[in-house]
Design a binder for this molecule. Structure first.
Ligand code: HEM
Length: 210
């Protein structure tokens, strides 16, 4: 969780909680010509509150274009942060969750919202498996050296990635394998520990011309 402030870390923990409790969440999405209408709810009052908190805090971030830059974020989500001024959002809370309507006059922004709404539905349907799928999609742009963010980059399945490290005589390409362990803490919060579990030099090449 390196590189993120306390508020972001708390938000990421809440998102993780939503993934873990995905089976307690119901969701319907209606695509309309200029955007989306979603209904997301839970019979569990704690999860319903978590959903409301998530949407409020994420809306606050989007409203100022404050992209947390998490490894799990899709291109659609980045587009939403980039085009935050082109989005109209209304959130109506219900007893068990909320109804969100998001519209835009910009076709790219409409498409991004419809795509993101569908991704959230995948998260609700498949939980952690969908989280891992989303991260794998982003793996090609991954830069594991320094493991920026760390959170949600790993998972029960170990991940690997290349890391170029330059020495005075050559450029060595290292391959790291790392894993994420999830720990119950005080009965509810889970903390994640990203750890390197293997490291191997994958290639070595002569130093390129400057
Ligand atoms: C089980 C996991 C998740 C659930 C249930 C969930 C739920 C929601 C819901 C209901 C909305 C309102 C918009 C809509 O209904 O489509 C929303 C918005 C949002 N979510 Fe999530 N989400 C999850 C995971 C994530 C993740 C992993 C991120 C990554 C940072 C994220 C970031 C956002 C952002 C930035 C918005 C605001 C989008 C906007 O206002 O345009 N969510 N989420």
């Amino acid at each position: 969780m390196m590189g993120h402030d306390a508020a972001t870390i708390a938000q990421m923990r809440d998102i993780h909680d939503l993934f873990v409790n995905h089976a307690r969440i119901t969701r319907t999405v209606t695509n309309v010509p200029d955007g989306i209408r979603t209904v997301t709810e839970s019979d569990d009052p704690r999860i319903a509150q978590l959903l409301k908190d998530h949407v409020v805090t994420m809306r606050q971030r989007v409203d100022v274009g404050n992209d947390p830059g998490l490894p799990i974020e899709s291109d659609a989500l980045h587009a939403i942060f980039k085009n935050y001024e082109k989005i109209e959002t209304t959130v109506e809370t219900t007893e068990k969750g909320m109804v969100v309507v998001q519209t835009s006059t910009d076709p790219e922004t409409i498409a991004a919202h419809q795509q993101h709404a569908s991704e959230v539905t995948d998260f609700v349907t498949d939980g952690m498996a969908a989280m891992r799928t989303a991260m794998m999609k982003n793996a090609s742009s991954m830069v594991p050296h320094g493991m920026h963010g760390g959170m949600m980059r790993g998972g029960p399945n170990a991940r690997t990635g290349p890391d170029a490290r330059q020495t005075s005589a050559s450029v060595d390409v290292w391959r790291y394998e790392y894993d994420l362990s999830i720990v119950e803490c005080a009965g509810r919060r889970r903390s994640r520990h990203l750890r390197v579990i293997a490291c191997q030099r994958a290639a070595s090449a002569a130093e390129p011309d400057a």
